[in-house]
Design a protein around this ligand. Structure first.
Ligand code: ZN
Length: 287
């Protein structure tokens, strides 16, 4: 059964560890993440972006696939199915389709409009037991043409959004989506500490987990980060393992062209990456 992310993140905050959000792209991705979380007895959040939602044939298809896998693979650890960076419209669509958690990203609106729309999403989601993530201060990324440091959120605005009753709050602290540039300034721990001080118990979310050094991840967790999003890193290891298989000519040997064989090294690479992250985040045996 899918669960809201609210309780797993409260527990994470209290226990000073973080739960990983791993974004899914297809059946192999989803299976690899669920099996690894189960093996490590860790709670897990499956992230779905709007683009990945469209790719996987819509939110209903995804809910069916994930719920089916939880049952057929005997997954007993808590699993939240979460919309990543959703617009207002898609937050409503995923709530309707049976997701157990949504992110409403109103960071591109001015703060007043972000507050109004976040409130409306919270009201609907909470009436159905669905958790809500909000974002303050845009998170940089290559797609936004940001080179160098990511944006940094205003702690006072974070407090305003936190007070609306969201279950988790994403705030830019210099983190970036995708690969980090050579000249990246690192995470801004002063701002993170200020946000944590103002928002108290609120679990904080760190986006753009790919390429942040392990010691910075650990420090961020100690300062109140309870959810860390991982996406690009799984894509990179999947592509690398698949390329090696093809370059070694293994798809030309016997039935090496069978998709179950062709995609297997990539799946194993995702499993290893997810395991490494769950261990780093400290959520092993926290299910
Ligand atoms: Zn993000």
């Amino acid at each position: 059964m899918l669960v809201s992310a609210a309780q797993m993140l409260k527990d994470a905050k209290a226990g000073k560890y973080a739960v990983g959000q791993f974004n899914i792209n297809n059946l192999e991705w989803t299976k690899a993440i669920l099996q690894t979380a189960q093996e490590l007895n860790s709670p897990v959040i499956l992230g779905v972006s709007e683009g990945a939602g469209k790719y996987m044939c819509g939110y209903k298809t995804i809910v069916g696939m994930v719920e089916g896998m939880i049952e057929e693979l005997n997954i007993t650890v808590p699993v939240a199915l979460h919309l990543d960076h959703g617009s207002y419209e898609h937050a409503l669509k995923t709530i309707e389709a049976g997701f157990s958690s949504v992110m409403f990203d109103g960071s591109h609106y001015d703060i007043e409009e972000n507050i109004e729309k976040t409130k409306a999403v919270i009201e609907l989601a909470h009436s159905k037991g669905i958790s809500v993530e909000a974002e303050v201060g845009a998170i940089g990324g290559e797609e936004d043409g940001v080179i160098g440091g990511g944006e940094v959120a205003d702690p006072a605005e974070c407090k305003k959004i936190a007070d609306l009753g969201v279950d988790m709050l994403a705030a830019g602290i210099g983190n970036i989506h995708g690969k980090y540039p050579e000249n990246w300034a690192g995470l801004n721990f002063d701002v993170l500490a200020q946000i944590q001080e103002l928002t108290g118990e609120m679990p904080l979310v760190l986006h753009g987990g790919t390429g942040i050094p392990d010691d910075m991840i650990k420090k961020a967790i100690s300062l109140g980060v309870s959810k860390i999003n991982v996406n690009t890193e799984c894509q990179l290891v999947f592509a690398e393992a698949t390329r090696k298989y093809v370059e070694a000519g293994k798809d030309l040997e016997g039935k090496g062209f069978d998709p179950r064989k062709l995609l297997a090294p990539g799946v194993e690479a995702i499993k290893a990456k997810v395991k490494e992250k769950i261990e780093l985040f400290g959520s092993v045996n926290k299910a």
